[in-house]
Design a binder for this molecule. Structure first.
Ligand code: FE
Length: 136
C-alpha cells in the first residue's frame, strides 16, 4: 500500500456512499443490479477510487453470477489478492494494487485461458470506452 491509500475523509468526499461502502468497507452490491453487469462495450475498466486500469473489456465474459466477471486483470500487477475468511467462507479477495480498494473476489471456475473468474462490483469500477478513432 502506498500514499494513494488516502484517509477516510478523502474517500468520503470523493466517492458516493455506495462506492465508499463497497470499496473502502468491503461491501457487495446486490447481484444483477450493477451498471456494468450487461455491458459489452469495448474499453477499459478503471478503479473508481484512483483511476488505475484494472480490467479490459476483452477479458469480460458473461458468468451468469450477477456481477461483472473477467478472466484476467488488465495486467498482472493491476490487482492484489488476499485470503478472506469473512462470512463463514474462504474466498480470495481482489483489491486495487494501487489504492487498496476492495473490488470483489476471484474464483477458480472461470473460462480458458486462465480458468479464473474475477467477480467484481460495478460500483468499484469506472468504465472508459475505447476511442473509435484510435488504432489500438
Ligand atoms: Fe485504486
Amino acid at each position: 500500500m502506498n500514499k494513494a491509500n488516502k484517509s477516510r475523509q478523502h474517500w468520503r468526499e470523493k466517492l458516493t456512499p455506495e462506492q465508499y461502502r463497497i470499496t473502502r468497507e468491503k461491501g457487495t452490491e446486490a447481484p444483477f443490479t450493477g451498471k456494468y453487469y450487461h455491458s459489452k462495450d469495448s474499453g477499459m475498466y478503471r478503479c473508481v477510487c484512483c483511476g488505475k486500469e484494472l480490467f479490459s473489456s476483452r477479458a469480460k465474459y458473461d458468468s451468469g453470477s450477477g456481477w461483472p466477471s473477467f478472466f484476467e486483470p488488465a495486467d498482472e500487477k493491476a490487482v492484489a489478492t488476499r485470503e478472506d475468511f469473512s462470512q463463514g467462507m474462504h474466498r480470495i479477495e481482489v483489491l486495487c494494487s494501487h489504492c487498496g480498494a476492495h473490488l470483489g473476489h476471484v474464483f477458480p471456475d472461470g473460462p480458458e485461458p486462465t480458468g479464473l473468474r474475477y467477480c467484481i462490483n460495478s460500483e468499484a469500477l469506472e468504465f472508459r470506452q475505447d476511442d473509435p478513432e484510435s488504432d489500438d
